[in-house]
Design a protein around this ligand. Sequence first.
Ligand SMILES: *Cc1c(COP(=O)(O)O)cnc(C)c1O
Length: 388
Amino acid sequence: MSIGKNAAGFGTRAIHAGQRPDPTTGAIMTPVYMTSTYVQEEPAKTKGYDYSRTCNPTRTALEENLASLEGGRFGLSFSSGMGAINCLMNLLEAGDHVVACNDLYGGTYRLFKTLYEKFGVDFSLIDTSDLDKVQEAIRPDTKLVYLETPTNPLLRLSDIAAVAELCKERQGLVLAVDNTFATPYLQNPLELGADIVIHSVTKYLGGHSDVVGGALILDDEEMHDQLRHFQNTVGSTPGPMDCFLVLRGTKTLHVRMERHCQNAEKIAAWLSEHPKVAKVHYPGLPSHPQFELCQKQMKHAGGMVSLELEGGLAAGKDFVTRTMLFSLAESLGGVESLVDHPASMTHASIPREEREAAGLMDGLVRLSVGIEDLDDLIKDLEQALEDE
Ligand SMILES: *Cc1c(COP(=O)(O)O)cnc(C)c1O
């Protein structure tokens, strides 16, 4: 039973959607089907599964769960977020044009610029928080508009509903939204008019920094069939253990996100009062340029906070080595707090001029605020900001 969005609340769907007791044993948890192939009664007579690149029951449960959380009809899961984005890009042909935001996740930027550009796909990377710029950038050959909102690491927002309106004016123009930072608990792009949602489930959906995975969720059956074909053809599908871990993660997504957001809101407010902090980027602060859009589009402002220190690059690099509870590491969205220096870590593959043109300064520090006790997190930031 796949649970529809209107049939049950988010928390109930997070725990139950796509999952039913195992029919042979009654096991309440979906088994990890560690099998590559399935015995057939007679040639081509299967129980719905023939080979695990194509499909696997643990993966089916995860795909139904993720589809239900985003309120979509179809879910496809992948061995990484990049595998999911690559599958989406397989819809394009040489000569097609893509409009995307100019502070993309570094790996997505690399996929676009070092791979798809080589295959003849053309990209306009623009500030998609400015609707006029989106409208200007759309050309007759534009096939895809690609948004991240909030963006990584500057936490800029784009108005999904307004961009969806623009895209609907042109038949065949697909709007895809990378919803990794917001998660389906805070924001549902399909409901706002997007055609397809992307997730790196490595982050909040898995939530425990123990698995890498990705997903696509959509409503359109024809596009789903195409993507399913590419998923099986290219083969970046997840193993059953990975699917099991993500399924275990999504069961607590709503509870974890509440705490991530509470902690991040308090930390963003605290940082913005600190004399050594020059700037805080957090869409839940009234000083954020899209504060109002955040109130409208997201349930809460999320668990990511970025900051710039007085003292720029040297101060930023010093800070990230002095935090103790905030571990210096790439990635985000796990229960434990992490700190990242984007210019030398997650976003190093973007040339400096392009980074700076998009507002990503070398001194910027990104926090993935975990669900530890707030007092301990603040104490850690405080000692890291003290004079030596
Ligand atoms: C991490 C991330 C990706 C890529 O996902 P992987 O699981 O690392 O392949 C894509 N988009 C965003 C916003 C991310 O944070």
